[in-house]
Write a protein that binds this ligand. Structure first.
Ligand code: SAM
Ligand code: SF4
Length: 428
């Protein structure tokens, strides 16, 4: 979502006539788009802002803007903490940024925070990739996961109207985009808050996007396990362009911890859902998010997370050490897990995740996979890079250009990537 917001911020600045500077020292306006999901991004921002403050002392006319979730979380304090910041804006205020910067930032007084009333989706966009695009379908989140700062900084869930979403998908496809990723904090609860005459659900949205000519791949992120209802699963099964990949955050394998996290499902419901999805979509790739060291997590709870990973055999997983966020319910829970234990647990979890991902990828060797070409390989200039429908990066040899869909014979694998060569060109 942050990457998408950054594309909008960039597009908006371009529409004001501001191009990208080659280095921060050259810039008239420096914008930080921040994340505050864990403490680490906050710490990194402090270092970046230190540099920006030093630059600003040399060039007082430079405008420094801080946007995103950190700015929203610190809205009462940010100008005290960093007095040289001219403009601060939360994720719901991106549409105001242009006005504030065009008005001269500091010269007209400090930019203030708006409410979450606007869809940044309606703004101009600077897409980083020509053939793939994000399409925001909702903003905010109505869940109350005990560890999570998102509801506080991104507000209540608001669904975008279906007509607008399909119109954007159509415009993107007409401009050459072949793969769209529908985006929402809780993407599959989309539609519930729409007016009664518009009320619909996420499965219908998948079908409507599938019907857009030129859209050949549809992804979505992140779905919540509690909102994977039958119509969504049926749409995944029946829509040719919906990719065989689901990122399904589990967070923990222990029902006791899931309860304390307020995830509203337990281990067995999660496992049932995995079975339902795998029955409906053959060859489905599954990714997940996992947190270790949530307050009160015992060795047995952690073992349950390891055994969930072993049972599901995820294709990929983002693994996080629990990071207390001020104002969240979990921040005041007793029994914090010692830092050393959190790190040990993370290490053994990562080791297991990688071992299983390597085995899952090794199963692809010898198969032919459809790959959307993204450009040259990052590790070997003689190769191309692309992604399979199951969302695995492939480095491969063969005649193709970015935007092509090619069939690639997989010859080698690691825990995160595949390697191969073009078998045939599918379509240009
Ligand atoms: N909405 C999505 C969901 O429900 O799964 C993801 C939202 S969050 C931006 C992405 C991931 O960050 C979460 O799935 C969770 O694993 C992790 N996360 C959120 N808050 C965290 C915290 N306080 N400490 C560690 N990890 C956290
Ligand atoms: Fe955070 Fe996702 Fe839970 Fe919403 S559903 S509170 S975004 S983890």
């Amino acid at each position: 979502m942050n990457a998408h917001d950054s594309e909008r911020i960039k597009g908006m600045l371009e529409s004001l006539g501001l191009g990208e500077a080659t280095a921060p020292e050259e810039a008239d306006v420096v914008v930080f788009n921040t994340c505050t999901i864990r403490e680490k991004p906050d710490t990194r921002l402090a270092a970046y802002l230190g540099n920006a403050g030093a630059l600003k002392r040399e060039r007082p006319d430079m405008v420094v803007a801080v946007g995103g979730c950190y700015a929203e979380a610190q809205r009462e304090r940010i100008f005290q903490l960093y007095p040289f910041v001219d403009v601060a804006f939360g994720p719901g205020s991106i549409p105001h940024l242009g006005d504030w910067i065009a008005a001269g930032g500091f010269a007209v007084g400090r930019g203030r925070f708006g409410t979450h009333e606007h869809f940044a989706a309606d703004l101009p966009m600077h897409g980083e990739r020509r053939f793939q695009a994000w399409v925001q379908v909702s903003m905010g989140c109505n869940s109350a996961c005990a560890y999570c700062i998102v509801p506080a900084v991104r507000g209540r869930e608001q669904s975008r109207r279906p007509g607008e979403i399909v119109a954007e998908a159509t415009r993107l496809a007409e401009s050459g985009v072949r793969e769209i990723t529908l985006l929402g904090q809780n993407v599959n609860s989309w539609g519930r808050d729409l007016l009664p005459d518009l009320r619909t659900e996420f499965g219908e949205l998948l079908r409507a996007c599938d019907a857009v000519p030129g859209v050949e791949r549809i992804r979505f992120t992140s779905p919540h396990p509690k909102d994977f209802r039958a119509p969504v699963v049926a749409a995944m099964r029946e829509c040719a362009s919906v990719c065989e990949h689901v990122h399904l955050p589990a967070q923990s394998g222990s029902s006791r911890i899931l309860k304390s996290m307020r995830r509203t499902y337990d281990r067995s419901r999660y496992l049932q859902l995995v079975d339902t999805l795998r029955d409906a979509v053959p060859d489905l790739a599954l990714g997940t998010d996992l947190i270790v060291g949530f307050p009160g997590e015992t060795d047995d709870d952690f073992e349950a997370t390891l055994s969930l990973v072993g049972e599901v055999r995820f294709d990929s997983a983002f693994t996080f050490i629990y990071s207390p966020r001020a104002g969240t319910e979990a921040a005041s829970l007793p029994n914090p897990v010692p830092e050393a234990v959190k790190h040990e647990r993370l290490e053994s979890l990562v080791e297991l995740v990688q071992r299983i991902a390597a085995a899952r990828n090794a199963e692809r060797v010898g198969r032919v996979e459809e790959v959307l070409v993204e450009g040259p390989s990052r590790t070997d200039a003689a190769l191309l890079r692309g992604r399979t429908r199951r969302n695995t990066t492939v480095n491969f040899a063969g005649p193709a250009v970015a935007g092509d869909l090619v069939e690639v014979l997989i010859e080698e694998s690691t825990s995160t990537t595949l390697r191969g060569r073009v078998a045939t060109l599918v379509a240009v």
